[in-house]
Design a protein around this ligand. Structure first.
Ligand SMILES: *[C@@H]1O[C@H](CO)[C@@H](O)[C@H](O)[C@H]1NC(C)=O
Ligand SMILES: *[C@@H]1O[C@H](CO)[C@@H](O)[C@H](O)[C@H]1NC(C)=O
Ligand SMILES: *[C@@H]1O[C@H](CO)[C@@H](O)[C@H](O)[C@H]1NC(C)=O
Ligand SMILES: *[C@@H]1O[C@H](CO)[C@@H](O)[C@H](O)[C@H]1NC(C)=O
Length: 171
């Protein structure tokens, strides 16, 4: 089942840009930009479609996003929405905080430099598999967007085309 579509998602950052200005655009990665960074961080190419899908549905490729509090008060951080209950140390003293298995401060998982977030996410994946992410069964367990196009020249720094601008104006 293909639910994920970059072409649809790509309009969103454009709207943010138009209504909120440049800073918000800067923290939202393009899919191919993320694919390139993951690849540089030694993530196997075969896993890239899955990581992109998880980042898309967890954070809309937004590195700085902190989720709303879960039922127990815990929060999820960054691109892969990593939980501060088990994986990172939250900024404040909390009841629910149990482990810091990634040995990292949660705020470091919000960085534009995604190295820590990726290392932590891969540790989670190794220990718990893809189902550690609640979006996986619904959105990422099936045919995913191919990432081959990202590794052709010109696509790593994908930017808006006049077609996309027209699409936004039509809204
Ligand atoms: C931590 O506490 C500060 C000050 O009380 C508050 O502004 C901030 O939102 C808290 N952070 C989180 C993630 O709850
Ligand atoms: C996390 O932050 C605390 C202070 O808020 C600091 O003392 C500690 O060294 C940090 N840990 C890491 C792994 O950066
Ligand atoms: C993923 O899809 C396969 C094949 O459709 C299915 O057998 C499996 O149960 C699914 N896994 C999850 C976690 O949804
Ligand atoms: C870049 O990616 C798009 C799809 O996102 C594809 O249609 C296009 O052919 C690619 N361009 C190059 C130069 O590979």
């Amino acid at each position: 089942m293909v639910r994920s579509s970059w072409s649809k998602v790509r309009v969103l950052p454009l709207l943010w840009f138009l209504f909120h200005g440049i800073p918000l655009l800067a923290i939202r990665l393009q899919p191919c930009e993320l694919a390139g960074q993951l690849y540089i961080l030694d993530v196997p190419k075969s896993e890239l479609p899955l990581w992109l899908c998880i980042a898309e549905f967890e954070s809309r490729f937004n590195t700085h996003v902190v989720g709303q509090a879960n039922a127990d008060g815990s929060r999820d951080y960054g691109l892969f929405q990593i939980s501060d209950r088990y994986w990172c140390a939250p900024p404040n003293r909390t009841e629910y905080y149990a482990f810091n298995d990634c040995n990292v401060n949660c705020t470091h998982l919000l960085s534009d430099d995604i190295t820590m977030a990726v290392q932590c996410a891969r540790l989670i994946q190794k220990q718990q598999g893809w189902t550690a992410w609640s979006v996986y069964p619904e959105f990422c367990n099936g045919t995913l967007d191919a990432i081959d196009v990202c590794f052709q020249p010109g696509n790593a720094t994908e930017s808006m085309t006049s077609d996309e601008l027209a699409e936004v104006k039509d809204c």
